[in-house]
Design a binder for this molecule. Sequence first.
Ligand SMILES: C[S@@+](CC[C@H](N)C(=O)[O-])C[C@H]1O[C@@H](n2cnc3c(N)ncnc32)[C@H](O)[C@@H]1O
Length: 978
Amino acid sequence: MGKDQKKTGKGRLDKWYQLAKEQGYRARSAFKLVQLNRKYDFLASARCVIDLCAAPGGWLQVAAKQMPQQNSIIIGVDLVPIKPIPRCITLVEDITTESCRRALRAEMKDWKADVVLHDGAPNVGSAWVQDAFTQVELVLASLKLAVEFLRPGGTFCTKVFRSKDYNSLLWVFNQLFTKVEATKPASSRNVSAEIFVTCQGFLAPAKIDPKLLNPKFVFSEVDGPVEDEADGKKKIVEVDEEGNEVPASAALKKGSKAASTNPLAKLEGKAISTKDVMTPASLNVFAPEKKRKQREGYDDGDMTLYKECRVMEWIRHADPIGVLGMVTRMRFAEDEDKKLLKNPLTTEEIKSCLEDLKVLGKKDFKMLLKYRAAIREDLGLDVKIDEKEELTENVEIEPLDEEEQITQELERLAHDESMKKRRERRRVNEKKQREVQRMQLNMVTPMDIGLEQQDGMTSEMFDLGEVEGGKERRGVRGGRLASDDEGEVSDEEDAGAAQLQKAKNQRMRPSEVIPAAAAQDDGAEDEDVSDDERRTRRLEESLDLLYESYQQTKLERDHKHKVKEQRRKRAMEEGGEFRGIKDSDDEGASGADSSESEEDFDPAPQPSSDEDSSDSEDEAEAKKPAALAAAPSKKRARVAATAPEPAESAGLLTKLKANKVLSTDAKSRQAAMWFDQPAFKGLPGGGLEALLGSSGTDDEDAASEEDEEMADDDEEGVRTVWDELEEASDDEGEEEEEEDSDDDFTGARETFEEDEDMEDEADIDAQEQEEIAKAERIAKVGLTTAEAMTLAQQLVNRERTKTQLVDEGFNRHTDIVGGDGLPTWFLDDEQRHFRHNIPVTKDAVQAIRDKMRALNARPIKKVAEAKARKQMRKVRRIEKARAKAQGINDDEENGLTEKEKASSIAKILAKTGGAGKTKKPEKKLVVARGANRGIQGRPKGVKGKYKIVDSRMKKEVRALKRIAKRDRKSSGRKKANK
Ligand SMILES: C[S@@+](CC[C@H](N)C(=O)[O-])C[C@H]1O[C@@H](n2cnc3c(N)ncnc32)[C@H](O)[C@@H]1O
């Protein structure tokens, strides 16, 4: 089987698979336990662990490694035999059976387990929904064993599939453990619905309600009576302890019995705790299909589902809908409640509705809420606010000048664009959600899920967003998923955006606009949407807007700051002082001549958001004119011969940049060819390098030499590390091809998880490409960050191994926090700050600093080339003169004497400006003043050649010199500008 095939097929040989192989684990799933244990640390102190569904034994291996080596027991149970693992006992049992329980009891004797693990997955074959249900049943079976064998305070860690029964399971866990948390370890595939729930602090109640562990009870509609409309009539049914359906009347009787034995009466006169109150979304009585209770557990000592409260408690409560969804009955128990009975608003219908809330429908709940609102008003608890009054605000509008208008227009366009993107994303998410719901209702085959997973891709592929007439497209309803509300959403949002725009133009604060925009939205919304939801939505919108405007100002501020900073640095450098390592901000300032150095100085690729990178590109563009002016003063260029090739990049902007680099590179090649001419070969010290070297001081020479060596070393170092990795992965790749078993569980049969997990090939390819690009870049540019240098030095000095490095690469920061529904500001913040800090050593920092200093000290290319040209001309002249001198020397025909020959050769050499040229001693001008006035002969105190002049002549000569010097300077400057 080819490598590619394996990737797309069941093999899905990802990094965790490779790592498992490398570290000798039997299954990649071992890392899930490693990561869970890293988070909760339950293995280090455990003396007894039971691993349910343990084959092929990856988790057992981890447990054996991480638990104390002495006096500890590890028992693994699975349907299939597990190859022996040191220190582990393995049983072949079905965890749902009594015989498994007996076998465990026999092994455990009097011991209690500190930790019970469960990673079970049923066999594949049936539909997704059924498989998911079997899995949750398996979880309940494992919980049953856990509660029998766990010690008080013990930990139960289980895999759960996020099916529609997920919340019910969580609710059950909450009844039995003090802390329940769900985690998705990094090694768990994103496409998998699995999640790991860690339940800590087993409560070990003396008696456990058998219903809690009965799948029929837990996963049926136990939240309320089941409405059976098969025969056209509403038949109310409930589920008894054994999981059988019983008529509601019987159930109600049971309920009242339960109420008498249960201290629910305690709820009377006591405010309903926050624990009792569900979130509006999970307990929205107006959306029965979403009626899954996100149970937070019973109150202390309260173990029933039947709940009562007083009517006045409900009327005063901040979450009336939550209370309606939770409470079974409301009573007029105390005086203040009884007063309500006299109120004409409390009709017979209201009273009977309050008697049994579990049988009510949407209409009844609406009526009750209206009743509550009326009573609150009646009692003076609420003051009616005239909404219209609230919405109209007087806003002072200032006239705008043209520049401001342009800026605002730009802002508006940017905002519109981002809104559009958000809308698009939301629509895709909603679509996905609907599909999942349909799937849960058995309306689609599991095959459709796979298709739906590529939804994002297909929607992009066939996106008509850019096509003209996009508006008309909105009217088109394609496929069975398109619903009317989709259109409504976008229209509403458009209206909102328009409002916002209007507000921006009028300089209103976003928060001032929201009510108006929301009012429009409200008009279009379903009237069933509660006030709370509407308020939350408004709040979210206003928060989004505030966040966006905050980011905008921050960006502007950052940009200004960077430009200022850059200017300051340039000023310092022009002053001739060295100011340390150049940072990335400085790059733009390196000037047009240093396009190569731009490459050289590119900082190591930082994980940054798209926005960031585009920002920096913009900034680089903005800096260019300033950089051009500063060019002559910069000394940052590599010699043409060693100029690196431009890095490839994908984006259009970078392509343009790359082209520019290419052209400069071509020039460098030309220069290199030119300097390769034989004339340069004769230069003392060896050609161009020597010429360049001669331009600087000795120190600089040494520094640049050292630097080159260092850079070479760096590159070599990186290449070696990278090559090693490549080789390793190649080797593994070959092994993969050799091997037949291509799955997580060597020797284990296929599991449900395997069936459910599908590799997101596109993602992995993109990731690989990115990594290759990164590696190429490092190979070309060398190391530019202290972190990278630290790691490289540690590798070279053998302080760290490759495996350690790879292992450390998987840290808690590898779990990218994400997911639908998280606010953008949060994701932005995470991206910025959720980073792994690699400790850097002093040596590494010094090495990078030296490297940068040496690079900074190099002369710019043009200066070096000019010097080389001058030198070459000089060499040519000398060679010519030498040939002439040779000719004179060899001349026998003219009969020149040796003396004549010598004087002719000296003349030639003097002309070339070479060795033979001697400087004429300058005549000293002496003004005949004071003691020298009118004297004959050498004036006093004057040595060498002299000339007596009057004072005017001396001044004139000085002035002429000054003028000549000035002219030289200005002509030089003009040349440079050209
Ligand atoms: C995902 S694998 C477990 C992998 C294991 N944690 C490891 O690290 O090697 C799921 C296992 O559940 C087992 N299994 C499924 N139903 C079971 C049952 N009723 N009783 C016991 N084991 C069961 C399967 O045989 C399979 O080996």
